[in-house]
Ligand binder design. Sequence first.
Ligand code: OAD
Length: 235
Amino acid sequence: MAGIERIVILTGAGISAESGIDTFRSAGGLWEQHRVEDVATPEGFARNPDLVLGFYDMRREALAKVEPNPAHRALARLEAEFPGELLLVTQNVDDLHERGGSKQVLHMHGELKSALCSSCGVRMPHDGPMLDRPKCPTCAMPSLRPDVVWFGEMPYQMERIYKALAVSDLFVSIGTSGAVYPAAGFVQEARAAGAETLELNLEPSEGSHFFAESRHGPAGELVPQWAEEVLQTRL
Ligand code: OAD
């Protein structure tokens, strides 16, 4: 760990699992309860907007019933105390990193509490339902959609993420199955840059073999332990 100056962290649904948010690909997970094609593609939205708006309204409302867990808080502590550069990238659309204390979070797949206007393209914080078709505050059209990245759409801020990976000394992937690109490819970008690579996941992910080190267990235990190690090494 000595000599680590620039860390990129990628989180996925597994970091929020102990807070009570369903992951996508576990048994009984979100993609067993709902078809991806129906609720997470532009085509599904065009076919049945009420179904899609209702799905994200339900997930947004559910955020009020969950709290950040020790893994979210440990990353917030690391951000506050690590003297080098740290970029936290999440695939999650929940707000638990922010509520756990993280100040800078890059939501590459968008956010439940943000809206995107399909008419004028503006993005804005939004914390209410969308099924009732609220009007866009900018163009007044009733065309708000969830500001989440659907399959077939481009994730946010990829250039910034690749730049950070290219100069990273450590890449850490937490609670993600490694099933969805481009995020699943970050480990190889980091390796190409000469970075150390570490996976913290409940079980070996699809991409486990790309990591120099993998630790398996619940994020609520592994992440605070790892953050403590980083900070101790730096003291
Ligand atoms: P997945 O549901 O694919 O994977 C979650 C991972 O977290 C699995 O590898 C689990 O083993 C692990 N896990 C579960 N509980 C855990 C715990 N308590 N501690 C640590 N790990 C745990 O979720 P993601 O990888 O985040 O995209 O999915 C990636 C993307 O696919 C999502 O952002 C979403 C989805 O389709 C879009 O909707 C565009």
